[in-house]
Design a protein around this ligand. Structure first.
Ligand SMILES: [Zn+2]
Length: 347
């Protein structure tokens, strides 16, 4: 990052933790995967994901067998050996308010697990979750040899039991982050006759024609644009707080800054960035507050998610009263593709 206007006193590093970075991603993408459905089953998302401000697809399946990655559109919105689709919600406070998990299609409950703690992976890692990467989960058997597995459900939220028949759209649990989960989401994996299928393309994961081809979406109805592997970028949470942030802090609810805060920080978490994207973040305020900001180097790879912040310590003095403006922008191939502003008033 290089200075944009004034000395930058607090700047997030360009990396956001190895677990959030993608490796080996390609920047080219295939055409949007909106082909007609050609198979019998039709699935819905495991939660209401119609609003990109409330829910996004964080990771797609890795279509590529062996090392290296490829999402269904030949891009980098996945990670190695990821065999499902991650539908994520905004943050932990949203999870704690309760977000319904829905049956993806009519079927029979053929497996459940509950009792695993949300956040155990972040707190204690492998020791805490053992081989239970899925955490609390539900497996549903549908017609035509299809099975859905739903993972990372909230502890104590599973409302069905083995042998129950469920209807598409029925609430069967709540979104959580049990098992190997770093953020609240539902991992959906769909199998047909034991082959894992990408629901966007209907293709087997790890097959020969790994990406960019389409045998027909398994999703019911029109797939929202923001679910597509080549969609984005999106801003998926931004705001002001009083100290430097981490990705984990953004997942929680950073406290609003008051006039006597030790610092003023503007943060933004964006989803679905591409190799070559250039980010810019700025914070300006009323008279007496020195504006600051920075411009990033072009990204060296696709990133499923990224976090930036910019801020200034108050140095023991009250923050000047008035309106502050945080702005985060992404430029792609010389064109602005995302430009968000947030405002905050210190009384
Ligand atoms: Zn997943």
């Amino acid at each position: 990052m290089k200075n944009l206007m004034m000395p930058v006193l607090i700047i997030a590093p360009l990396t956001v933790g190895a677990l959030w970075l993608l490796t080996g991603g390609k920047s080219e993408t295939a055409a949007a995967l909106t082909g007609p459905k050609t198979v019998g089953m039709q699935f819905i998302a495991p939660m209401d994901c119609s609003d990109p401000l409330a829910c996004v697809v964080q990771n797609h399946v890795d279509m590529k067998a062996g090392p290296g990655i490829s999402d269904p559109a030949c891009g980098g919105r996945t990670y190695d050996e990821h065999q499902g689709v991650d539908f994520r919600i905004l943050d932990l406070p949203t999870m704690l308010r309760g977000v319904p998990v829905l049956a993806t299609a009519d079927g029979e409950v053929i497996g459940i697990r509950d009792g695993e703690y949300d956040g155990a992976w972040l707190a204690k890692g492998r020791e805490a979750i053992g081989d239970r990467d899925c955490g609390n989960g539900i497996a549903l058997k549908h017609a035509d040899g299809y099975v859905t597995q739903l993972c990372h459900l909230r502890r104590g939220s599973v409302t069905v039991k083995q042998g129950d028949m469920v209807e598409q759209g029925q609430q069967i649990a709540s979104v959580g982050m049990s098992g190997r989960a770093e953020f609240p989401h539902v991992h959906v994996s769909i199998r047909k006759d034991d082959a894992r299928i990408d629901p966007f393309t209907g293709r087997s994961i790890g097959g020969e024609a790994a990406c960019g081809t389409d045998e027909g979406s398994l999703w019911a109805g029109t797939v929202p644009d923001h679910w597509q592997p080549d969609a984005g970028p999106f801003i998926f949470k931004s705001g002001f707080t009083s100290a430097p942030v981490t990705m984990a802090i953004i997942e929680r609810a950073p406290a609003d800054p008051a006039a006597d805060a030790p610092a003023l920080v503007f943060y933004a978490r964006a989803v679905a960035l591409k190799k070559g994207d250039i980010e810019k973040i700025e914070l300006t305020g009323p008279e007496g507050f020195e504006p600051m900001g920075s411009i990033g180097e072009p990204l060296d790879r696709d990133k499923a998610q990224i976090m930036r912040f910019v801020g200034r310590p108050a140095n023991g003095k009250p923050l000047p009263a008035g309106e502050y403006h945080g702005r985060y922008q992404i430029e792609r191939n010389g064109e602005p593709v995302l430009d968000i502003s947030r405002y905050y008033v210190i009384e």
